[in-house]
Design a protein around this ligand. Structure first.
Ligand code: NDP
Ligand code: MG
Length: 376
């Protein structure tokens, strides 16, 4: 029987990839709901093609509305709608948190691309999943790889996981050269074409810090068992070492279609994933190198925030989101992103985190702290 899917953030890089995947698997999936933030034009085309019952545009002019729902409430409405079995959360940033929690509390599967959800509210999110019998299946390629590697194994058999990182566009750059990196430089990712925010996160390696925290909550692993290695070709998507020393890796030609499809069909595998055939010779050499932590301070700041727990990961995320927005607007330098995250964590990392309201306060204070430190 066909499964009903809500695609939140359908106009973005992952959202459009997801719709391509669904279009190829119409026998298995039908689009029940679509939401976007402001791109009404693309959303309208998608509505014509997929005919969803529910359409939400957060930032919608009255004359555009056309029976669509407006405002941020549309995300939770779409995520909890009856007839929706799977919520593909492809929203960027902390804005995706409420919809994830609501979907899990309503017992849905959340195919989660929106990693910020787990960074900001990891404990609340995992509790909502347990209480509501919802299920989180990662879309992020590294976490999809880990899920595939550990399939059927007990957690006690895992010694550590090793997340691969492409190293981003600035791999090998010196500190002096990084000081003059431009927005255009930072947007040139070597192996992936993605939305602007995650592309900058990949240049600072803040993305890998978000992924370490994501792995901690998804797989219930202690931070000491999560490592990062640079693998510039992005063919090995991550590795899992078991207690007997055996290491299992998941590989493919870099393509987000595969992890998106797997998040929809897990634990089943289906053909026609859209991924080009795997040719180990053509994909060689596959190399690995250590992370240059000293040149990419956002990575360690984020991992330390994860270890500290409480509101620190939410502060890390919000400061990063705000600093990336300022960098993309040309208001601050590349190195200012990490330094403003560090400053926000020093000041606000110990804030309370017991409730959703605590997390929202921490998020707001961190954004304000970054804006004020640049007098914006
Ligand atoms: P994009 O910027 O390309 O797309 C973001 C989507 O979210 C768009 O549909 C956008 O709508 C919508 N959106 C933006 N802000 C809001 C908001 N405040 N409320 C509701 N909807 C909003 O991002 P990506 O697709 O690159 O990334 C999405 C998520 O997936 C991120 O968390 C990212 O880290 C993660 N991810 C992405 C990968 C990739 O390959 N791109 C790989 C792994 C993870 P509109 O277009 O109308 O602005
Ligand atoms: Mg990733």
């Amino acid at each position: 029987m066909q499964k009903g899917v809500a695609v939140l953030g359908s106009t973005g890089s992952i959202g459009t990839t997801a719709l391509r995947v669904i279009a190829r698997h119409k026998d298995r999936f039908r689009v029940v709901a679509l939401t976007a933030h402001s791109n009404g034009e693309l959303l309208r085309q998608q509505v014509r093609e997929f005919g969803p019952e529910y359409v939400g545009l957060v930032n919608c002019e009255e004359e555009q509305a056309d029976g669509w729902r407006r405002g941020a409430e549309c995300l939770v409405e779409a995520a909890t709608r009856s007839g929706v079995d799977i919520v593909l959360n492809a929203i960027v940033g902390a804005a995706g948190l409420d919809a994830t929690i609501a979907a899990l509390a309503a017992g849905k599967r959340v195919a989660l691309a929106n990693k910020e959800t787990l960074v900001v509210g990891g404990e609340l999110v995992t509790r909502a999943a347990a209480e509501g019998r919802g299920e989180i299946v990662p879309v992020d390629s590294e976490h999809s790889a880990i899920l595939q590697c550990i399939a059927g194994r007990d957690r006690s058999e895992i010694r550590r996981v090793i997340l691969t990182a492409s190293g981003g566009p600035f791999r090998g750059w010196s500190e002096e050269r990084l000081a003059s990196a431009t927005v255009a430089d930072a947007l040139q990712h070597p192996t992936w074409t993605m939305g602007r925010k995650i592309t900058i996160d990949s240049a600072t390696l803040a993305n890998k810090a978000l992924e370490v925290i994501e792995a901690h909550f998804l797989f219930g692993l202690p931070y000491d068992s999560i490592e990062v290695v640079v693998h510039p070709q992005s063919v090995v998507h991550s590795l899992v070492e078991f207690v007997d020393g055996s290491v299992v890796a998941q590989m493919s030609v870099p393509s987000m279609e595969l992890p998106v499809l797997y998040a929809l069909t897990h634990p089943e595998r289906v053909s026609d994933s859209g991924v080009p055939p795997f040719d180990p010779v053509a994909l060689s050499p596959m190399t690995f190198e250590p992370v240059a932590y000293e040149n990419f301070p956002a990575l360690k700041l984020g991992i330390d925030a994860g270890r500290r727990g409480g509101a620190a990961p939410a502060v890390f995320n919000a400061a990063n989101e705000q600093a990336v927005a300022l960098f993309l607007a040309g208001s601050i330098q590349f190195a200012d992103i990490a330094s403003s995250i560090g400053s926000a964590l020093n000041k606000l990392g110990g804030l309370a985190s017991g409730s959703m309201q605590d997390l929202l306060d921490a998020d707001m204070k961190a954004r304000r702290h970054v804006l004020e430190s640049f007098e914006c």
